[in-house]
Design a binder for this molecule. Structure first.
Ligand code: SAH
Ligand code: SF4
Length: 369
């Protein structure tokens, strides 16, 4: 959805890019503000409905531009209110997007790539291979589709209050498009979500964390999953390139430059017999002692291609207790949307793999410097 050959897709353009686009047409920059509101606040994709612009300008826009979102091929709501969409992108591949309502909160889990190059051993997305990065329009398009599904709604009952980049893909491997899309999430004229409620989750692309600090202050979640390099190397192959000490140092740098006190989220997928022993919890407590953080324990979600097992709730609770007693806020992520396979780590979609595993290693090497 970068736009068809002759037309520019305005859906993925943050304010500054849209202003430049209008300037390029010989129009005033403030047109960008009007168009942002039409597209994102009102879900309008038809220029003829953008009635605060002249007919001449609307006709011009129809000639050179379009507002084109993903095609919804599946939309189902679970018994517990969790809603899942499968959205087909331009080349026929699809991604999944999930909305998890929780009291006044609605958290949308958004995908950043079709598949993933990084091959974490416990992740079904990684196992499906990699096809390509999503465009900014395809990333924000998931928020656009989800928001439109609830229209009209009273602004005080916003259906989407939080966005987490925890769907398919590694967001920092698709840096520029993800940053553009997150800027739109936070833009008052678009979705107006606060920086604390937009969370980027990464498996630890260290140089890109530093780059991210230069351009944004969204919340950051680090997929750690192990308290030492030996174990993490087995679960997250990227750890061989960027080991834990470097990852935690980059995480500290990310938060240290912010004027206000904020905490990182440490994600830890708990896998039976692999990283769920109490000594792992004690080791984790020591490892994280200098990092202001909260810990989110995610019981492993089994999938057919994996031999790993989900730990018992008791084992996960014992792990949690060790962390709590060491002074950490540690929560266990409850599984939602079980009946529609909408849990974390189950978001897959259709990936026509065009990358052989050997090539994927090169992709890791070529990560944004
Ligand atoms: N690539 C990013 C974001 C997408 S994955 C990252 O790795 O952080 C979102 C979260 O789901 C990550 O913490 C990931 O480790 C976790 N996850 C992946 N597969 C899982 C599974 N089978 N069970 C539980 N959590 C899983
Ligand atoms: Fe990619 Fe994240 Fe899955 Fe690892 S856990 S393979 S980085 S999507």
């Amino acid at each position: 959805m970068t736009g068809t050959a002759e037309k520019t897709n305005l859906l993925g353009m943050p304010k500054a890019k849209l202003e430049a686009f209008f300037e390029g047409l010989g129009e005033k920059r403030f047109r960008a503000q009007q168009v942002l509101q039409w597209i994102h606040q009102w879900g309008i994709d038809d220029f003829d409905q953008m009635t605060n612009m002249s007919k001449a300008l609307r006709d011009k826009l129809k000639e050179v531009a379009e507002v084109r979102g993903p095609e919804v091929v599946y939309d189902e709501t679970s018994k517990d209110g969790t809603r899942k969409w499968v959205m087909r992108m331009d080349n026929g591949n699809s991604v999944e997007t999930v909305l998890i309502p929780d009291g006044e909160r609605g958290t949308l889990c958004v995908s950043s790539q079709i598949g993933c190059t990084l091959d974490c051993t416990f992740c079904s997305t990684g196992k499906r291979g990699f096809n390509r990065n999503l465009t900014a329009a395809e990333v924000i398009g998931q928020v656009w589709v989800a928001r439109k599904a609830f229209m009209p709604f009273d602004i005080k009952d916003r259906p989407i209050t939080n966005v987490v980049m925890m769907g398919m893909g590694e967001p920092l491997m698709n840096f520029d498009n993800v940053v553009d899309a997150m800027n739109l999430m936070m833009e008052d004229l678009a979705y107006g979500i606060s920086k604390r409620r937009v969370t980027l989750s990464t498996s630890g692309v260290v140089p890109a964390i530093d780059r991210l600090a230069e351009v944004t202050d969204v919340s950051l979640a680090i997929s750690l999953h192990a308290p030492n390099d030996e174990l993490r190397n087995k679960l997250v192959p990227l750890n061989k390139k960027y080991p834990i000490a470097e990852l935690l140092a980059a995480t500290k740098r990310y938060f240290a430059r912010l004027p206000e006190k904020r905490k990182a989220t440490i994600e830890y997928t708990v896998i039976e017999g692999v990283n769920d022993q109490l000594e792992h919890a004690h080791e984790l407590a020591v490892l994280l002692k200098d990092l202001p953080c909260k810990i989110n324990l995610i019981p492993f979600n089994p999938f057919p291609e994996s031999d790993f097992k989900r730990p018992s709730m008791n084992a996960t609770r014992r792990f949690q207790t060790v962390l709590n007693e060491a002074g950490y806020v540690a929560t266990i992520r409850t599984t939602r949307g079980d009946d529609i396979d909408a849990a974390c780590g189950q978001l897959v979609g259709r990936v026509d793999d065009r990358t052989r595993r050997s090539q994927r290693y090169i992709a890791v090497q070529q990560v944004n410097p």
